[in-house]
Design a protein around this ligand. Structure first.
Ligand code: SF4
Length: 263
């Protein structure tokens, strides 16, 4: 074999090994249990589909790169000076408004009652003369050149859910949240955009979680899909659109939600 071809063969093997390592690094094992990020979308029907009929193995390398760099930033950028408040894993019993202290130890007969999540960082801040807490979440994205003028609504909701879970787990009532965006476009990683905001009252967020949980639970019991929420995702961003606009009910016996909830 000519030397050039031999090296080309090695190049392909190294390329495959690099891609495999990147995909392995970004692998998530959330299964079908409920995570805080599941509760942030506007459409309950989309949430139900994503758990009942998860789509796996369709990530392209562009999306993978965003997750890959994001995972590396999370691993390397520990904002909280207190180790315990960096990558703080939580599990919350929605029905009883209580933390599950032994993560993963849940009542298997009520899988819909739990939500898990990992808060990136909790840091002390000064609000004037008062000491407060701020939940910081790190996000990676690719801007293609434009700057954000505000944080994503879904990201703000996610941090609000973390506030509820944090209060149940530690008693800390965080007053502020902040999303830190690392832009994969050009030198954007070097210029993170930070959007702080005041968090909602716990009861407001808790009521929204309760309502959504009941919608999903009812859909699972009856097979009747939650109502559609028509919004921007319906135009090209929902992978369930074909199903959504052609059915109102699914065969509930085909769907099995995990009774084991992992963080
Ligand atoms: S197409 Fe729209 S309404 Fe239907 S599940 Fe998706 S987001 Fe919801």
């Amino acid at each position: 074999m000519a030397k050039g071809n031999l090296l080309t063969g090695i190049q392909d093997q190294v390329f495959t090994a690099v891609r495999k390592a990147q995909f392995d690094f970004t692998k998530s094992d959330r299964g079908v249990h409920f995570h805080a990020t599941d509760y942030v979308g506007e459409c309950a029907r989309n949430m139900y589909y994503s758990k009942a009929f998860p789509i796996k193995g369709n990530m392209d390398t562009n999306l993978m790169t965003i997750f890959w760099v994001g995972s590396a930033i999370h691993a390397a950028c520990k904002i909280s000076s207190e180790q315990k408040y960096n990558e703080f894993g939580m599990m919350y019993d929605i029905e009883n408004n209580a933390a599950v202290l032994e993560l993963g130890k849940v009542d298997g007969d009520r899988p819909f009652d739990y939500v898990s999540g990992t808060l990136d960082d909790l840091i002390p801040v000064k609000d004037g003369l008062k000491n407060e807490w701020c939940i910081v979440d790190k996000k990676t994205w690719r801007s293609k050149g434009w700057k954000k003028s505000s944080p994503s609504v879904d990201h703000v909701k996610q941090v609000n859910i973390y506030k509820v879970m944090l209060k149940a787990a530690t008693g800390i009532d965080a007053k502020f949240g902040a999303i830190t965006y690392f832009d994969m476009w050009q030198d954007g990683v070097n210029k993170p955009q930070i959007f702080p905001f005041e968090l909602d009252p716990i009861e407001k967020t808790r009521a929204a979680i309760m309502l959504r949980k009941e919608e999903i639970k009812k859909a699972n019991e009856t097979g009747i899909l939650p109502k559609r929420t028509i919004h921007w995702k319906c135009n090209g961003y929902c992978p369930y659109a074909e199903r959504c606009f052609s059915e109102e009910k699914v065969d509930k016996d085909l769907i099995k939600f995990d009774s084991v909830v992992k963080v």
